[in-house]
Unconditional design. Structure first.
Length: 263
């Protein structure tokens, strides 16, 4: 199994500087890997008592049955992870406020590439970190997958996002989250966060919501934020996916971006 090296944050201490209201219903912050998991998690954490935060593990398919207590109705908590669609997951989340964070596949590819190349990620693709292959070749691996080592873009999005389409899961686009964080004092941001937090069961939101969001969204609190990754100097992943790789995304996952609302 891959190993992810994360530095601890101090958001629990920051959380206790605010008056918190108990959750009345469990919340699960689901996401496609590399779509801003830590960002949405850290924001929501600022609105939930520390004692109601299920921080034992990032819940995934392989660990779901060992952590069903995260979704207990009598003891509501907020939990997070990458939970692909399955009968077990659908049953576990049937009475949970289920948020699902997605991202434009065009932007997801370079984000995934940077993470796989970083020192924070240790897995069975460490051979790509030595600079023997080009950035474009790494991007192609992120799109098409690597046999027996890394799933393809289509596989990741199919089971972590597309299969949840039309269910009780509430989709949140990473780009909308970033847009409203950049204009946090604007009226659109207020409406966005009232909806986001309301769907988590945090309603009404407190008057100091902007300050809580600013603290939770501080990128210094996320070990997996782009600027906090330790990357090799021999391979530079572009900020914008090159045209050839965009075409490859469209070939590998036709209709995906349209289904997710990116066309």
């Amino acid at each position: 199994m891959p190993v992810i090296n994360l530095k601890p944050d101090n958001l629990n201490e920051k959380n206790r500087e605010f008056t918190q209201t108990d959750l009345r219903k469990p919340v699960f912050l689901n996401s496609v890997p590399k779509c801003g998991t830590h960002l949405i998690r850290n924001i929501v954490r600022m609105f939930v008592p520390v004692e109601q935060q299920y921080d034992e593990v990032f819940i995934q398919h392989a660990t779901l049955k060992n952590h069903l207590k995260a979704f207990d109705l009598p003891n509501p908590r907020v939990s997070w992870g990458h939970l692909l669609f399955s009968a077990d997951a659908a049953i576990a989340l049937q009475q949970v406020n289920h948020m699902l964070l997605i991202r434009d596949p065009y932007d997801w590819v370079p984000a995934r590439a940077r993470f796989f190349l970083s020192e924070q990620f240790l897995g069975n693709l460490d051979e790509i970190k030595g600079g023997a292959i080009t950035a474009e070749e790494v991007l192609n691996m992120m799109i098409m997958g690597v046999h027996a080592k890394a799933p393809s873009l289509l596989s990741v999005f199919m089971f972590n996002a597309v299969s949840w389409h039309g269910t009780r899961a509430r989709f949140v686009r990473y780009e909308d989250l970033i847009k409203n964080l950049k204009d946090l004092d604007g009226p659109d941001a207020e409406a966005f966060f009232i909806s986001l937090l309301g769907n988590c069961g945090i309603d009404p939101i407190p008057e100091d919501w902007r300050e809580r969001v600013r603290i939770g969204s501080d990128r210094r609190q996320s070990s997996t934020a782009r600027e906090n990754l330790t990357l090799p100097t021999s391979v530079e992943i572009p900020s914008v996916l090159p045209p050839a790789q965009k075409a490859l995304v469209d070939y590998a996952a036709p209709g995906l971006r349209k289904l997710l609302g990116y066309e």
